[in-house]
Design a protein around this ligand. Structure first.
Ligand SMILES: [Zn+2]
Ligand SMILES: [Zn+2]
Length: 284
């Protein structure tokens, strides 16, 4: 039984790899004599990759270490406080945490894709650059190691996780008993925000994904590969949610991102995705 399951999984993986290879081949097709439209050889992609600095690397390392220490500490305390009577509210809390994380992933991704520029002081090179690079070289993320993939998301969750850790050491057991379902919500939100870019990386990976990741993608518990391809159609204006992708369809249906963009354009006069277009059109 186990070996049959293993064989099936290997077969599915091979199909996935084939799909990926075909997608990659299609993506690489360029008219003769032109500069590449995307990929590692694209002029903009090469320039953006060179902007990844040692200082940025250090920030990512510190974020990963702090974040994972806090996750372990909080997980231990949360398990210790859990009671059977919490079960229903904990399940609701986890579900709400995942939905919130998906929405926040969309909001941050949309914000960075649509507004700002790599030239902005500090945030441009450190936080907007990876989004620009990802559109013109979508497979670069699959070559990033664990630290580069997860560093920025770890940084985002340090403050809420530290706040939770502080509560565990300072509040009375009675108060903690009351707030346990809320803390489960915050913890699920923190975990899914932390792992969003890892999940995003898996949605671009067609080689050697573990079977359990493929299972989670196939059941749409995390962002599936086919689903995320919709975002990667130029001009990258929809399907921004990259944790589970559950909110992409409803948000597209109500024109959520378009409405926000129109509003911001009317107020500021800024054109959405102007910087993204500029990098995509770079030829030297
Ligand atoms: Zn994007
Ligand atoms: Zn992507």
């Amino acid at each position: 039984m186990a070996s049959r399951g293993g064989a099936e999984c290997a077969q599915r993986r091979a199909v996935g790899e084939l799909e990926g290879t075909e997608a990659a081949a299609a993506a690489q097709e360029e008219p003769e004599g032109s500069s590449p439209r995307w990929g590692a050889q694209h002029a903009g992609a090469r320039e953006l990759a060179e902007l990844y600095s040692p200082g940025k690397r250090l920030q990512e390392w510190i974020s990963v270490i702090l974040c994972f220490s806090l996750i372990i500490f909080n997980f231990y305390h949360l398990l210790f406080r859990l009671r059977l009577e919490h079960i229903f509210s904990v399940i609701v809390g986890i579900f709400a945490g995942v939905i919130t994380a998906d929405f926040l992933s969309g909001l941050v991704h949309w914000g960075a894709d649509t507004w700002g520029s790599v030239e902005l002081p500090v945030v441009g090179k450190a936080f907007i650059r990876p989004f620009r690079e990802h559109h013109i070289d979508p497979t670069a993320i699959t070559r990033h190691d664990f630290i580069e993939t997860n560093g920025d998301n770890c940084m985002l969750t340090i403050v809420p996780l530290a706040n939770m850790a502080y509560k565990f050491v300072s509040l009375s057991p009675d108060t903690l008993y009351q707030t346990c379902p809320w803390e489960c919500y915050v913890f699920a939100l923190g975990i899914f925000v932390t792992f969003t870019n890892q999940i995003h990386k898996w949605s671009h990976t067609y080689f050697g994904l573990p079977c359990w990741v493929i299972f989670l993608q196939d059941w749409h518990i995390i962002l599936p590969r086919k689903h995320h391809r919709i975002h990667h159609v130029s001009p990258h204006e929809t399907y921004f949610c990259i944790t589970t992708g559950w909110l992409n369809y409803p948000l597209e249906k109500i024109g959520f991102w378009r409405c926000l963009e129109n509003l911001i354009q009317r107020v500021t006069g800024e054109k959405p995705r102007a910087d993204d277009m500029k990098w995509a059109q770079k030829s030297k």
